[in-house]
Ligand binder design. Structure first.
Ligand SMILES: *Cc1c(COP(=O)(O)O)cnc(C)c1O
Length: 356
């Protein structure tokens, strides 16, 4: 695929690694590509990072035709920059696109433009411990009409943001509130697509939890409000009486790549991992009788997030005395080890880039 490059005439200074935070700074360029029903994907280009011109009737602004992905590029000790399982993100983006009637991008072409863009911006990948270059591919419907129909025009964009260590002093257990009012998604809805609308629907519960001093909510299924689904924007796993249990992908759960990687690492280590329905009653019972040994969330941003306390209907249940459990720590060390090149990648998950 031909990519036109327009270099910025005003390169920015790169921020110091201790002030990065998450998604606050952006690199000098962005990748863009347009879709129309007549021409398909065309006009692939790398251009200076900056505001978009959007028609006020743009489909995405009115009807929420927007999907996104999130993955990271990591700088290894030898200086090489590598992405983690990028093809998984591309496949998931195409699944999200199909659900929202947005155009898909042929897998090989999507990987080609993503790789070309990250290669072009790779100097922006920080090297301090725990830092990385967060990549945000996204797509939205850009028809210039208020008529409601499947999308005929779309834009695909990739932006990149150097991000800091999610946990400044190692990983810390978080407090989670089990949400019994709002729901995130229902089967047949858009829960398994990574789309902005799911986040808009989650904000109210997240805000209420934060006001009560919790960092995230744990979502129950939207129909019976009985089965555990996800925590915040992460998948969730539990160690109950020696077994690892995680909600099965039922249609309303986002199929996380960190989730998939955890399952593969754990099975390789000989753990039993059960992907099944897990009811709040079963979890309450395990919390009450002490068989809930560990709980953690998993997602690209934090990788592994230990859960130190669960609150359900006002009752607080400490998990593993509020400490990080052995399996949680093992997963964090293994996944981040592979991502930063400290642990040998026997799975073939990393995608190193050519140095400039
Ligand atoms: C992105 C996301 C996840 C985690 O997926 P990863 O591929 O592991 O980053 C989990 N749940 C929701 C709702 C998400 O949007």
């Amino acid at each position: 695929m031909q990519i036109t490059i327009t270099k910025t005439t005003a390169p920015k200074e790169k921020p110091a690694s201790d002030i990065l935070g998450f998604g606050q700074y952006f690199t000098d360029h962005m990748f863009m590509m347009d879709y129309s029903a007549e021409q398909g994907w065309h006009n692939a280009r790398i251009v200076p990072f900056g505001p978009l011109a959007i028609h006020p009737a743009c489909t995405a602004l009115h009807y929420g035709s927007e999907i996104f992905e999130g993955l990271k590029a990591y700088r290894r000790a030898d200086g090489v920059v590598q992405m983690f399982r990028p093809m998984e993100n591309i496949r998931r983006m195409n699944n999200s696109a199909e659900r929202l009637c947005l155009p898909t991008i042929p897998e090989e072409e999507a990987l080609e433009v993503l790789t070309a863009f990250v290669q072009f911006e790779q100097d922006w990948t920080p090297s301090a411990p725990g830092t990385s270059l967060y990549l945000r591919p996204f797509m939205f419907g850009s028809d210039e009409t208020l008529g409601v129909h499947a999308v005929h025009n779309a834009q695909f964009i990739i932006i990149a943001s150097p991000v800091g260590s999610y946990y400044k002093e190692g990983i810390n257990p978080v407090r989670i509130m089990i949400e019994d009012e709002d729901v995130r998604a229902v089967r047949g809805g858009t829960g398994e697509a990574k789309c902005g609308g799911n986040y808009a629907a989650s904000n109210r519960a997240g805000q209420r939890a934060e006001e009560k001093g919790y960092s995230q909510v744990l979502w129950l299924d939207g129909v019976e409000r009985k089965y555990i689904e996800e925590v915040g924007a992460m998948n969730v796993m539990f160690k109950i009486a020696g077994r690892i249990v995680t909600p099965k992908l039922s249609g309303s759960i986002l199929p996380g790549i960190t989730r998939k990687s955890c399952i593969e690492v754990l099975r390789q280590q000989g753990y039993t991992v059960e992907e099944r329905l897990l009811s709040i009653d079963e979890l309450s019972q395990a919390m009450a009788d002490g068989t809930l040994e560990e709980a953690w969330g998993c997602g690209t941003a934090a990788v592994i997030s230990p859960i130190g306390e669960l609150c359900y209907k006002g009752v607080k249940y400490p998990v593993n005395n509020g400490e990080i459990g052995a399996v949680t720590q093992y997963l964090y060390d293994t996944l981040t080890g592979i991502q930063w090149g400290r642990v040998e990648d026997t799975f073939g998950w990393t995608h190193p880039l050519e140095s400039k």
